[in-house]
Write a protein that binds this ligand. Structure first.
Ligand code: UDP
Ligand code: LCN
Length: 819
């Protein structure tokens, strides 16, 4: 078979496209006149391909064109803005790499164009007047990034820490002068006014180097396991303070790492050194919107995996901090605060309580701060899309609370989601603290053309605020934590969530020619895990939470409808296919219900059980959820699902949920995650941890978690027939091959243990805090300049947008199902 055409490295699309068009000029003329015939429009790849099919009806001819260079260019095209006689293409040959060209449909002339020109073509479709306004606001964060190193390979994206260490070591190499930033950094280390590692006696690189040689000799004279106190005094006389290690062996190792880094820094040693430096004791994590709580909140609108993630993250970070501090030979107590919103009308949850210790930790708390308006404290829950007017005031109030709870400035801020990232950015700028951000999901990619059509969507989603907040946070962040590669740079065919912020336009508001650069080494993949004390394999019989079995039996098989479940399973011998999610459109629980309803073979093989939302639309105050509830009821009727299908209301007890996954595994069933798009998908790893074979969407994170056919299966949410067939085929195969189910269960677990645990995560994130904290200081000047640009953007753009989001009237208390 002939290999598919690829561009030579030196060739641009603009160079190669004229040849590609020339190869089949006759057909190209027809194609391009079809492209432009309906007038101005935005075409996605599929539309373009459809038009090519219609233009070249002879299959052989079409095949020839599509297998050639033109076919390759089209298959790499994400979209095309048609403004007759021009068709402007946005081509993405590889993750992170984009090129823009325009073709004149009349004479097939090709010209390379800039991002800005391409975006103007696009704007012509949505807002012609604005597109031709010479003074339309262009946003260019890239213009400030002149000294930041960049990765060059798609495959290196997300591996920023590694690259940063290389870059830093090259900067520190060569002379005492070059190594001075490291000395200054160490001299500034302290805990509550007490020096750590070194004191002012060692105020030059040469003094430090000489003292290290002597100190190593001193420490070598002690047995390896001698505690630090055994030789503390001798080191103090040389200018050394606590923080090097808890035993003679560890102190010696750390000293050697520093000596080597001062002599000739190498990235691996430098990264290791930074993983040992005592620079991290207090962390503040921001997640304003909520319900954010530890019980009775999951399944509420907007309260899903983010809360699970943060609570598990806190436990993992605290554990890792305790270990590190012990190994540093210090007796400092770490502290982690999660700052969220206090909701007076908390519907029976603890979200109206100001301070709550976090279960499973010794030193970590949730601290709640209310949203204040001119009329006073906002009493009710508001959707995450509507939180923007409250955030500035929230950031100020939260800063006071943090300083009240911590007796000194924190060492690291971590933001979560657009609102938390914005608040953390404002505070990090003000207090000069290292900032890591996490998106969980960037909304931009969830809604097609959410940028170009922002005006239409604005009343419902306020994307103008959200995308502006996202850009402010991405550019303020010292490092960005993502759960998967695809979150940053997508896959071969689909741009990543961050990548979609590289260049975009919101006609009438701003044209972003450089929002973020996915080759920036601030991007790091650190995937979360699932709490393995809750989600463990169904085979671990002695650990199984059998006390839940009667309740789970009731939940699955009781024939009466009640407030917790509707529908019933007539044949309980069949395996169960199971799904659990918030009842958002994007979770596509209604899609799964429909696939099941339509596929008679699947219905004959398995029962369907879903845990999602409520049954009564009047109980929900979330726009999307209400529509989904109504759709579920109509599907149950349409496909006569009673007897095969059980709909269980949102479940908030994670221990019971863990056992529920395992009970589904007992039926030799499977977990199905059918989302139209899923940023990561915690339920996928929960199910896999329980040993449940898993089918998950190929749109987003799960495509990376699961290796299709090896550790689970991918399903296409946009092709229900194919997906339901794939599930039915699996169960059919299990009938003839008794071992197949066990094999898929075991390979899923293996994948989890190799890649998705909280221990791996916590270690990586603390190392990021340490390395990027140092880089922040080395790169002070550039950081400051960019900061001024961000501040201007915040003041002139974001504040006005946030003011336009309506503040609701104060509502009376609401009852949630759990209250
Ligand atoms: N969850 C739950 N009860 C429900 C629905 C979901 O406890 O009724 C939990 C689920 O176990 C998982 C989280 O909420 O821990 C959902 O996370 P995921 O990443 O799958 O989706 P998100 O809701 O964050 O979009
Ligand atoms: C938000 C989402 O949408 C999920 O995909 C993630 O798993 C969750 O947050 C935790 O990061």
């Amino acid at each position: 078979m002939a290999s598919p055409p690829v561009l030579k490295r030196s060739e641009t699309i603009a160079d190669s496209m004229p040849d590609a068009l020339r190869q089949s000029r006759y057909h190209m003329r027809i194609c391009f006149s079809r492209f432009i015939a309906p007038g101005k429009r935005l075409m996605k790849r599929q539309h373009i391909m459809d038009e090519v099919h219609r233009s070249i009806q002879d299959e052989k001819e079409r095949q020839k064109v599509l297998e050639g260079l033109f076919g390759y260019i089209l298959s790499s095209t994400q979209e095309a803005a048609v403004v007759p006689p021009f068709v402007a293409f946005a081509v993405r040959p590889n993750p992170g790499f984009w090129e823009y060209v325009k073709v004149n449909a009349d004479d097939l002339r090709v010209d390379g164009i800039s991002i800005s020109e391409y975006l103007q073509f696009k704007e012509m479709i949505f807002d012609e007047k604005w597109a031709s306004d010479e003074n339309a606001l262009e946003v260019d964060f890239g213009a400030m990034d002149f000294s930041t190193p960049r990765l060059t390979l798609s495959s290196s994206i997300g591996n920023g820490l590694n690259h940063m260490s290389k870059f830093m070591s090259s900067k520190l190499r060569g002379s005492s002068e070059a190594a001075k930033p490291l000395l200054d950094y160490l001299l500034a280390l302290d805990h509550q006014g007490e020096n750590l590692m070194i004191n002012r006696a060692l105020d030059s690189v040469s003094k430090l180097q000489e003292a290290l040689i002597v100190a190593e000799v001193v420490v070598s004279g002690f047995p390896k396991d001698t505690p630090y106190q055994g030789f503390q005094q001798s080191l103090k006389e040389l200018g050394f303070e606590k923080g090097w290690g808890d035993t003679a062996e560890r102190v010696k190792e750390t000293m050697r790492m520093l000596s080597e880094s001062l002599q000739a820094p190498d990235p691996v040693k430098l990264e290791l050194l930074f993983s040992r430096i005592p620079n991290m004791f207090k962390i503040v994590i921001f997640s304003p919107h909520g319900y954010f709580g530890q019980s009775d909140v999951l399944g509420q609108p907007d309260t899903g995996g983010q809360v699970v993630y943060i609570l598990d993250q806190v436990r993992a970070l605290e554990e890792e901090l305790l270990l590190k501090i012990k190994q540093q030979g210090l007796s400092v107590k770490p502290q982690i605060l999660v700052i969220t919103r206090l909701i007076p009308h908390a519907g029976g949850t603890k979200c109206n309580q100001e301070v709550e210790p976090i279960f499973g930790t010794k030193h970590s708390h949730i601290v709640r701060v209310p949203f204040k308006t001119e009329k006073g404290v906002l009493p009710q829950w508001v959707s995450r899309f509507d939180v923007y007017p409250y955030l500035e005031r929230f950031a100020q109030d939260a800063a006071d609370k943090i300083l009240e709870h911590m007796d000194c400035k924190p060492d690291l801020f971590i933001g979560n989601y657009s609102d938390g990232n914005l608040v953390a950015s404002l505070m990090a700028q003000k207090l000069g603290i290292t900032l890591g951000t996490i998106a969980h999901a960037l909304e931009k990619t969830k809604y097609e053309d959410s940028d170009a059509k922002w005006k239409e969507l604005e009343p419902k989603y306020h994307f103008s605020c959200q995308f502006t907040a996202d850009m402010i946070a991405m550019n303020t962040a010292d490092f960005i934590i993502t759960s998967t590669y695809q979150e940053i740079a997508g896959s071969k065919n689909r741009p990543g969530q961050y990548e979609s912020h590289v260049a975009f336009t919101m006609p009438g508001l701003c044209r972003v020619v450089s929002g973020i650069n996915v080759f920036d080494p601030k991007f790091n993949i650190a995937s979360p895990g699932a709490d393995q004390s809750v989600y463990f394999p169904y085979t671990e019989k002695q650990k199984r939470l059998t006390s839940f079995h009667p309740a789970i039996e009731e939940l699955l098989y009781n024939n009466e409808d009640n407030y917790e479940h509707i529908g019933y399973l007539a044949d309980r011998k069949k395996p169960i296919i199971f799904s659990m999610a918030r009842l958002d459109t994007v979770k596509n629980i209604t899609g799964l219900t429909e696939w099941y309803g339509k596929n008679t073979k699947l219905r004959s093989l398995v029962n369907l059980v879903v845990v999602a939302g409520f049954f009564d639309p009047s109980k929900s105050n979330d726009r999307e959820e209400i529509a989904e509830i109504q759709k579920m009821h109509s599907l149950i009727e349409k496909y006569q699902l009673k007897g095969h299908f059980r709909w269980i209301a949102a479940q908030s007890d994670r221990y019971r949920n863990g056992e529920l996954y395992r009970c589904i595994a007992d039926t030799k069933g499977a977990f199905i995650q059918p989302a139209l798009y899923e940023a990561f998908g915690l339920t996928v790893i929960e199910a896999m941890n329980c040993g449940l074979p898993t089918f998950a969407t190929n749109q987003g994170g799960p495509a990376e978690i699961i290796v299709d056919g090896v550790s689970g299966f991918h399903i296409d949410p946009n092709n229900g027939d194919e997906s339901s067939k794939k599930i039915a085929d699996f169960f059919e195969k299990c009938k003839t091959d008794a071992e197949y189910w066990n094999k898929m269960s075991a390979t899923g677990l293996q994948r989890i243990y190799e890649c998705y645990t909280w221990k791996i995560y916590a270690n990586k994130v603390l190392n990021m805090g340490s390395v990027y904290g140092f880089w922040r200081q080395m790169n002070k000047e550039q950081k400051l300049m960019k900061q001024r640009y961000i501040e201007t953007f915040y003041n002139l753009q974001f504040r006005n947008l946030a003011r336009n989001v309506p503040i609701p009237g104060f509502a009376p208390p609401v009852q949630t199902p759990s209250s």
